[in-house]
Ligand binder design. Structure first.
Ligand SMILES: Nc1nc2c(ncn2[C@@H]2O[C@H](COP(=O)(O)OP(=O)(O)OP(=O)(O)O)[C@@H](O)[C@H]2O)c(=O)[nH]1
Ligand SMILES: C[S@@+](CC[C@H](N)C(=O)[O-])C[C@H]1O[C@@H](n2cnc3c(N)ncnc32)[C@H](O)[C@@H]1O
Ligand code: SF4
Ligand code: SF4
Length: 329
């Protein structure tokens, strides 16, 4: 069995974007109340008393949009300062990054993955549901600032949507030639927007590799990470290209992570809710650390069963009912 040592922590379920593939504008979502969110202190207590003693050393902050979380820099510092923390990273849409990047870097955040689905401001705004105000320029500035303050590796996540941004694959891949950035193409999953997903809403990573290989050539590459990306490189490029292929491949056999939702549910697998544990209620009811650790350990033992056998059990006819923003993607 793989060692499960990577916890993805959702800090908030709200977002300042409404990406078509995640939180489409027309969707009605129920948001958590602020008292339902784990506090910073509860998060660090869980890390110190539960997850670290069970061998967790890698933590990613996500959401919703983590940069909207009040007290974020303090939380980053507290987690980074834990002696057992080997890797502390964040996944963000980058819109509020230009102002926060330096403070986050100084607080000890090691790595950033930033979503950027298009280099064309109009396409970008259409994807993120801009509600009348262009957001591309500020997002691009956030990415540049993050790189300038020292985030390395800096990864850009592109969800590839047929008919929306698929014509930009070569341009996005070309970003890595002169820049030490890591562009990752993600196969669109049937989570969040069933209409957009339609009949064939994802493009096989192998197809993208052929396109890019024909234009620029492609060889194997390497970059630091804990995730499912297969990494390649354009020969001579400064950065790399990653392919995250959850639709065309199954990488569950190398799964090393569990997820903590913003309201404290520990979820063994992204794609289903089997076996979830409510850690917030346990903490607030003063259940002993020992007992909570035992419950978590039991879930970790069950995880490989859940991964393989119940991957689709959280779906309704193959469509997932919770969005990535609610789960903590
Ligand atoms: N099926 C599946 N997909 C995942 C999982 N974790 C991440 N992904 C996919 O990978 C995309 C990028 O995830 P990121 O948040 O950037 O993190 P990562 O690639 O795991 O992280 P590093 O490699 O450590 O940088 C997500 O949007 C998902 O589409 C997972 O546990 N299961
Ligand atoms: C849910 S977001 C949370 C962090 C941050 N708001 C962001 O967008 O980077 C995390 C990742 O999930 C991805 N994502 C959301 N919905 C998806 C879907 N239906 N299929 C594949 N990836 C998805 C996003 O592209 C992003 O890279
Ligand atoms: S993918 Fe990220 S930025 Fe886009 S709506 Fe979802 S949580 Fe927000
Ligand atoms: S689908 Fe579940 S088991 Fe597979 S990689 Fe994602 S979290 Fe792990």
């Amino acid at each position: 069995m793989n060692q499960i040592d990577y916890l993805r922590i959702s800090l908030i379920d709200k977002c300042n974007f409404r990406c078509q593939y995640c939180m489409p504008e027309e969707a009605e979502l129920d948001y958590l109340l602020s008292q339902e969110l784990l506090t910073n202190q509860e998060i660090t207590t869980l890390l110190k008393n539960i997850f670290i003693p069970l061998g967790f050393t890698k933590f990613r902050l996500t959401g919703g949009e983590p940069l909207l979380r009040p007290g974020l820099v303090d939380l980053v510092k507290e987690i980074a300062d834990l002696p057992q923390t080997q890797d502390l990273s964040m996944t963000t849409n980058g819109f509020l990054l230009a102002k926060q990047a330096k403070a986050l870097y100084d607080a000890g955040l090691n790595r950033l993955n930033i979503s950027l689905d298009s280099l064309n401001p109009e396409t970008f705004d259409r994807i993120i549901g801009n509600r009348g105000r262009s957001r591309w320029q500020q997002t691009w500035q956030g990415i540049q600032t993050a790189y300038q303050v020292g985030f390395n590796p800096l990864k850009l996540n592109v969800v590839v949507i047929p008919g929306v941004n698929e014509t930009e694959i070569l341009d996005l891949a070309a970003l890595t030639i002169e820049r030490n950035w890591h562009v990752r193409f993600i196969e669109f999953m049937p989570i969040g927007n069933p209409e957009l997903f339609g009949d064939r809403a994802w493009i096989d990573s192998a197809e993208l590799r052929t396109q890019i290989g024909n234009r620029y050539g492609l060889e194997s590459g390497a970059v630091t990470g804990n995730g499912p990306a297969d990494v390649f490189q354009i020969p001579g490029a400064k950065g790399t290209l990653g392919f995250i292929s959850q639709m065309s491949e199954c990488f569950c056999d190398r799964c090393n992570r569990v997820r903590l939702s913003a309201d404290g549910w520990l979820r063994p697998c992204l794609l289903n809710e089997t076996g979830q544990i409510d850690l917030k209620t346990a903490l607030r009811n003063r259940i002993s650390d020992r007992e909570i650790r035992q419950q978590v350990q039991q879930l970790l033992h069950l995880k490989s069963e859940i991964n393989f056998k119940q991957r689709d059990s959280g779906t309704n006819k193959g469509i997932y009912t919770r969005t990535m923003s609610q789960i903590g993607g």
